[in-house]
Design a protein around this ligand. Structure first.
Ligand code: NDP
Length: 247
């Protein structure tokens, strides 16, 4: 119970990696708020978390809309009185080669992945500064480090998250708020299920540990960054990719 009495907001926590993170934090004692555009699925994940004995709040929340995010944080403060942990997990892909990528697909991915992360960091910063404690963890991607054909929008958004993490870490360090990112490799979720089989096989060959990652692999890293065990780590990006990318 290393997160007993902590309150965590997980964006995009209705399914996939976010859901695994919400469950992992709850198993260690945290009360959980799931903010997701899909409120129905968020509520289902919350029911499962309540069966662990934790309190929950399911919020229909679009991270691209700052007023919506601010309203969600106010609802969390009304119910729990504080927010200790923010996990910026909501993310989307809209892949295409540069020459075929239209403005709408560029904007949509940058809006959810990068602006959404900025909106949530900004909205929780005020209460965390007042509390003089906080943990902010954002889910980037190895694609934000190495790039990938067909993912100019996604790669730029994830590289932006890594730079945003470093800046927020420097701005908030004096208030005892740690800001870090996780860069997963290939993780088996609905996001990656839609990729063609031959591409998946090719990617697997590039993974030294010879398996795709699971949402629980990412959740384990997130739990570490949310816990007291990582109190001297800030501004970092932890790569969770089975060894695909080595610095
Ligand atoms: P999923 O698509 O399975 O889940 C993403 C969740 O975010 C969904 O519930 C989705 O709702 C929600 N969401 C989408 N847009 C918004 C929004 N504007 N506001 C709030 N919630 C939103 O993705 P994964 O679990 O695979 O990925 C989670 C994160 O991990 C993403 O940031 C992704 O980029 C990152 N990542 C994933 C990797 C992988 O291999 N899977 C690898 C590296 C990084 P809805 O269902 O309605 O769309």
């Amino acid at each position: 119970m290393i997160l007993k009495d902590k309150v965590a907001l997980v964006t995009g926590g209705a399914r996939g990696i976010g859901r695994a993170i919400a469950l992992a934090l709850a198993r260690e004692g945290a009360d959980i708020v799931i903010g997701d555009v899909n409120k129905e699925e968020a509520a289902k994940s919350c029911l499962e978390i309540e069966s662990l004995g934790r309190k929950t709040l399911a919020l229909g929340m679009d991270v691209t809309d700052y007023a919506n995010v601010e309203d969600a944080v106010n609802k969390i403060l009304d119910k729990f009185g504080k927010v200790d942990i923010l996990v910026n997990n909501a993310g989307i892909t809209k892949d295409n080669l540069l020459l075929r990528m239209n403005q709408a697909d560029w904007d949509a991915v940058l809006n959810v992945n990068l602006k959404g992360t900025f909106n949530c960091i900004k909205a929780v910063s005020r209460p965390m500064i007042k509390q003089r404690t906080g943990r902010i963890i954002s889910i980037a991607s190895i694609i934000g480090i190495i790039g990938n054909p067909g993912q100019a929008n996604y790669a730029a958004s994830k590289a932006g998250i890594i730079a945003l993490t470093k800046t927020a870490a420097k701005e908030l360090a004096s208030r005892n708020i740690n800001v870090n990112a996780i860069a997963p490799g290939f993780i088996q979720t609905e996001m990656t299920a839609k990729l063609p089989e031959d591409l998946k096989n090719k990617m697997k060959e590039a993974i030294p540990l010879d398996r795709f990652g699971s949402p629980d692999d990412v959740a384990a890293a997130c739990l570490f960054l949310a816990s007291g065990d990582s109190s001297y780590i800030t501004g970092q990006t932890i790569v969770v990719d089975g060894g695909m990318v080595m610095a």
